[in-house]
Design a binder for this molecule. Structure first.
Ligand SMILES: *Cc1c(COP(=O)(O)O)cnc(C)c1O
Length: 362
C-alpha cells in the first residue's frame, strides 16, 4: 500500500482508500471500452449509468421520498446560497435564517440579493458556541422558509434539533450530508457541496421538493433554474463527470458499510474519542462548543498557547496526522472526521492528544 496519512482536512476531505484505488485502476480503460470514463460522452450509455446510479444511491441511502428530485449541480454549496433563494422566493417574499456562524452568514448574504431575509435566531452573542432549540427561533409572519446550516464546519457546531416550527426548511448540509438521517417532511431543499462527505469537489447534491418547482418566482437563466435542471435530469449542459463518477464509488462504499444509520453511529463514536481526550485534559485542550451542539464531523479545540498549538500540529504531522489547523478566521485546531475517516484515525489522534498533553503539561 502506498503512503497514506490520516487526513483531517475539512474539505476537500479524505476518501476511502478502496475508492481511490478502484478509480485509479479504471481510469485509463473504463469497463474495457478502451477509454476513460472522463473521455466518454456525458450523453452516452456508460456515463448515463454512472449518473443514474449516483441518483439512485442517494435516494436509497438518504431515504429520499418520490416527492423530491435529486439534482447534481456545479458551483458547490456556494452557488446554492443564491440559487435556493432565487428559485424559492419572489422579491417580496421573506426567509428567516438561523445565524449559526460563518456559513450561515454567507448563505444569508447571497439570499439577500433576491428577497427579504432576517435573522430568526442569532448565535453571535454567545460566540457561536451552540445551535438553537426550536422554541428559541423567532419567525416573522409570512415567512416562506427557514434556512439552517446543519453543521457549521468552521465553528464545529451541529444543529442537534431539526426545527419543526410550521415553515419548511432549506438546509445547507455540506459538512454532514450522509452522516445523519434527514426528516424529509420538514424539508423543501437540502443542499451541500460534495467535497466533505460525498466525493471530490466540483458538484453539489441538491434535493428539492417537486412542489416548489410549480411556482416560478422570477425569470431565471436556464442553468440557475431548478425546473430546467429537474427536467433535464441535471444534464441540461455537461455535468461534472469525474466528481460524480467518484461520488458514485463513495456512495457504494457507504452502502456496503451499513448506510447512513451506521455512519451516524460511527460518527458519534469517532468524534467521541476526540471529545473524550479534550474533556479528560483538565483544560489543557478546550472545546468552545456546548454539549449537544458539538459537531460529530468537525471537532474544534484550543490549547493554552499558540506555541503549544504549533508544536502540536508539527508533531502530529510527523506521525501522519495532518491538516489539524483551525480555519484561518478563527485559529485554534480542528479535526474533521468525516465518514471516510477510519475509526483507527480518530483513535490514533485521541491517543496522540493524551500523549502530547502528558509530555507538555506541568
Ligand atoms: C464548505 C462549505 C460550504 C461551501 O462549499 P463549496 O462547495 O466550497 O461552495 C458551504 N456551507 C458549508 C456548511 C460548508 O462546510
Amino acid at each position: 500500500m502506498p503512503k497514506r496519512v490520516y487526513n483531517f482536512c475539512p474539505g476537500p476531505c479524505t476518501l476511502p482508500y478502496e475508492v481511490l484505488e478502484e478509480t485509479q485502476s479504471e481510469l485509463v480503460n473504463y469497463k474495457d471500452t478502451g477509454m476513460s470514463i472522463i473521455e466518454h460522452s456525458h450523453r452516452g450509455k456508460h456515463y448515463d449509468e454512472v449518473h443514474c446510479e449516483v441518483v439512485d444511491l442517494v435516494r436509497e441511502l438518504l431515504a429520499v421520498p418520490d416527492e423530491f428530485t435529486i439534482l447534481l449541480i456545479q458551483g458547490g454549496a456556494t452557488l446554492q446560497f443564491a440559487m435556493s433563494a432565487m428559485n424559492l422566493l419572489t422579491p417580496d417574499d421573506k426567509a428567516g435564517f438561523v445565524n449559526s456562524g460563518h456559513w450561515a452568514k454567507l448563505a444569508m448574504k447571497d439570499a439577500k440579493v433576491y428577497a427579504n431575509v432576517y435573522t430568526a435566531w442569532d448565535g453571535s452573542a454567545e460566540n457561536f458556541s451552540r445551535s438553537p432549540k426550536a422554541e428559541e427561533i423567532e419567525l416573522e409572519s409570512d415567512t416562506s422558509y427557514l434556512h439552517v446550516t446543519t453543521n457549521e464546519t468552521i465553528g464545529g457546531v451541529r444543529l442537534f434539533e431539526w426545527p419543526d416550527i410550521g415553515v419548511p426548511l432549506v438546509a445547507d448540509m455540506s459538512s454532514d450530508y450522509l452522516s445523519r438521517p434527514i426528516p424529509w417532511e420538514l424539508i423543501n431543499v437540502a443542499y451541500g457541496g460534495a467535497q466533505k462527505n460525498i466525493g471530490p469537489s466540483g458538484v453539489a447534491l441538491v434535493i428539492v421538493r417537486k412542489s416548489v418547482l410549480e411556482t416560478k418566482p422570477r425569470e431565471l437563466p436556464s442553468y440557475l433554474d431548478y425546473r430546467r435542471q429537474h427536467e433535464s435530469g441535471s444534464r441540461f449542459n455537461t455535468p461534472a463527470v469525474f466528481p460524480i463518477y467518484v461520488a458514485g464509488k463513495v456512495l457504494k462504499y457507504y452502502k456496503e458499510h451499513g448506510g447512513v444509520e451506521e455512519f451516524a453511529k460511527i460518527a458519534r463514536i469517532k468524534s467521541g474519542h476526540v471529545y473524550d481526550a479534550i474533556d479528560a485534559s483538565d483544560g489543557f485542550y478546550d472545546c468552545p462548543v456546548q454539549g449537544e451542539s458539538r459537531s460529530f464531523m468537525n471537532v474544534v479545540f484550543r490549547m493554552p498557547s499558540d506555541k503549544l498549538q504549533s508544536d502540536f500540529q508539527e508533531q502530529a504531522e510527523s506521525v501522519g496526522l495532518v491538516n489539524l489547523g483551525g480555519h484561518r478566521s478563527v485559529g485554534g485546531l480542528r479535526a474533521s472526521i468525516y465518514n471516510s475517516m477510519p475509526m483507527e484515525g480518530a483513535e490514533t489522534l485521541a491517543n496522540f492528544m493524551s500523549e502530547f498533553r502528558a509530555a507538555n503539561s506541568k
